[in-house]
Ligand binder design. Structure first.
Ligand SMILES: NC(=O)c1ccc[n+]([C@@H]2O[C@H](COP(=O)([O-])OP(=O)(O)OC[C@H]3O[C@@H](n4cnc5c(N)ncnc54)[C@H](OP(=O)(O)O)[C@@H]3O)[C@@H](O)[C@H]2O)c1
Length: 343
């Protein structure tokens, strides 16, 4: 039997893709869609521009996210794609009763909230047991910032095989990462903007939690440093990142590449529906238009790998920001939650 899903922020860049991917899933059924007061009460067909949907979906009425959607809907899990400033309260209120899988940054760094990439830190789901101790019947699980997910997927096999001392990263991020109203066309066409509000802070803090260890109900952060410089570029989908990593040990370039190429995680072992066969694809020159759809958008692509000094490498990694970096990430989190009987 399918699990009933709500999509919060269903009219946005991420929310529209949520509705599309969930409506095609064998595990979830779209039971409720919500957005702001501005669109609440209207039909989805008058607001959804991005994808082809069934008439059943297009005929759904949009709810007001800030009202109690549980009153009229039987929900197993709410997928959230709402701005962080309202997500704080909305998601915590819902999590008292049902599971919430969110893209927003509001609760990512909370001590008892898993910041999850199923291939990287599936054991952090254990924090749900800490949430249950404070009386929640539901749960709250977050996925990282879109550029962080792409980078950390590539760091995980390096961290496990060679240890990591230091990371420096410069990003080239797609415009879809800023949402529908994020960047104006006059701002981004024929231009590069080397500033994305608060993005560098997220890239510098989230990887330490993701690669940290769960001990006694708490995450102990990983000890490496991350320095990030984030740039918006005129690409529609796909974040590209130039990474300079210093390792604890000194592999050859072939050993480095093999660690990336052969990497598999728990989702691959469990054969979860959204899991790509290879989380990391290797290509000589990763590019958004060529490679963002590999693994149905759930694989990241690494290349340009070069050893620059003992223990030091540079490489490029690229991934689909609204699939691997957002919607697909949340759905994979939910599939793991279901598999681990948290749903
Ligand atoms: N875009 C990405 O690649 C990406 C990746 C990872 C994480 N995220 C995160 O995902 C969330 C959504 O991002 P997005 O890019 O989809 O943004 P977006 O295109 O601007 O969509 C925002 C959604 O939130 C709704 N909303 C706005 N203000 C609201 C309010 N006061 N109350 C209730 N609903 C409200 C909007 O509804 P209306 O249509 O009614 O205004 C819309 O459905 C953000 O937290 C973002 O940081 C985005």
């Amino acid at each position: 039997m399918k699990l009933n899903a709500a999509v919060l922020g269903a009219t946005g860049m991420v929310g529209q893709r949520f509705v599309k991917m969930l409506s095609e899933s064998n595990w979830f059924e779209v039971e409720c869609i919500s957005a702001s007061k501005r669109t609440a009460g209207t039909r989805y067909r008058d607001n959804a521009l991005g994808f082809e949907y069934s008439d059943d979906i297009l005929d759904m009425t949009i709810e007001d996210t800030t009202k109690n959607i549980l009153k009229d809907h039987d929900i197993d899990i709410a997928f959230s794609a709402i701005p962080a400033d309202i997500a704080g309260k909305v998601e915590a209120d819902l999590a008292e009763k049902v599971a919430v899988a969110t893209n927003s940054a509001a609760h990512r760094m909370d001590d008892d909230v898993p910041l999850l990439i199923p291939e990287v830190n599936p054991d952090h789901l254990g924090l749900i047991d800490v949430q249950r101790k404070k009386g929640w019947e539901g749960s709250l699980v977050t996925n990282p910032n879109c550029s962080t997910i792409v980078m950390v997927l590539s760091l995980k096999p390096l961290y496990d095989a060679f240890g990591i001392k230091d990371i420096k990263v410069a990003t080239m991020q797609a415009v879809s990462g800023a949402g529908f109203t994020g960047v104006s066309s006059m701002g981004i066409l024929d231009n590069v903007i080397p500033y994305i509000g608060n993005e560098e802070h997220k890239m510098q803090t989230e990887p330490k939690k993701l690669l940290g260890s769960l001990e006694g109900g708490k995450i102990i952060d990983a000890s490496f440093n991350v320095t990030a410089l984030c740039t918006r570029v005129p690409v529609i989908d796909g974040h590209t990142e130039s990474i300079f990593v210093e390792l604890e040990s000194d592999p050859t370039a072939d050993e480095f590449t093999e660690a990336l190429r052969t990497f598999k995680g728990l989702p691959q072992e469990l054969n979860l529906p959204s899991a790509p066969k290879n989380p990391i694809e290797i290509r000589p020159v990763p590019q958004p238009r060529m490679h963002r759809d590999l693994g149905n958008g759930m694989a990241v692509t690494a290349g340009r790998i070069e050893k620059v000094a003992p223990n030091k490498f540079k490489y490029v990694v690229m991934g689909h920001n609204t699939i691997r970096g957002a919607v697909g990430a949340s759905i994979l989190n939910a599939e793991l939650m279901a598999e681990k009987k948290y749903l």
